[in-house]
Ligand binder design. Structure first.
Ligand SMILES: [Zn+2]
Ligand SMILES: [Zn+2]
Length: 149
């Protein structure tokens, strides 16, 4: 299912630290904690969910701080915002090429690593109209848990 099984606590922060340095983003304990929480999660959490996780470490942290930090992370390329319809915004720490399954009932988002999808070709007329910089397959339907309900 997942290629990298990083559990919270064994997250490698070298890359994170390097990108922060390059962008002159100060390495605060709050930022480091947020990155660790996000990188250790496979749920593509929303800002709201990360805010709840963050409060366990820094009880006085505000939602606004969490949200702004996440947007900064995405601007400098530390995380990706999951595209797709609907709020709230969801964040993805995995920058390698992969695809998503989204459950239409419980909103779970799972990573799909599938060479067949990676190889999907851009139709020539589409490629002429747009300057394509990436592609992602988003499958929708019911996750295993929701199928049983
Ligand atoms: Zn589901
Ligand atoms: Zn993902």
């Amino acid at each position: 299912m997942h290629e990298e099984k990083a559990a919270p606590g064994v997250v490698n922060t070298d890359r994170f630290v390097a990108i922060c340095r390059k962008n002159n983003l100060k390495l605060t304990p709050q930022r480091l904690m947020l990155y660790r929480e996000l990188a250790g999660s496979h749920e593509h959490p929303s800002a709201e969910k990360l805010y709840r996780m963050a409060k366990r470490h820094f009880p006085s942290i505000s939602f606004d701080t969490v949200n702004r930090t996440l947007l900064t992370f995405s601007r400098i390329g530390i995380v990706k915002i999951v595209e797709g319809k609907g709020d709230p915004r969801r964040f993805d720490p995995n920058l390698s090429e992969h695809h998503h399954f989204r459950c239409t009932r419980c909103d779970r988002i799972e990573d799909i690593f599938e060479p067949v999808f990676d190889r999907l070709e851009i139709p020539p007329d589409v490629g002429k109209r747009f300057r394509i910089s990436g592609k992602k397959v988003i499958l929708e339907g019911l996750c295993p848990a929701c199928q049983e309900r």
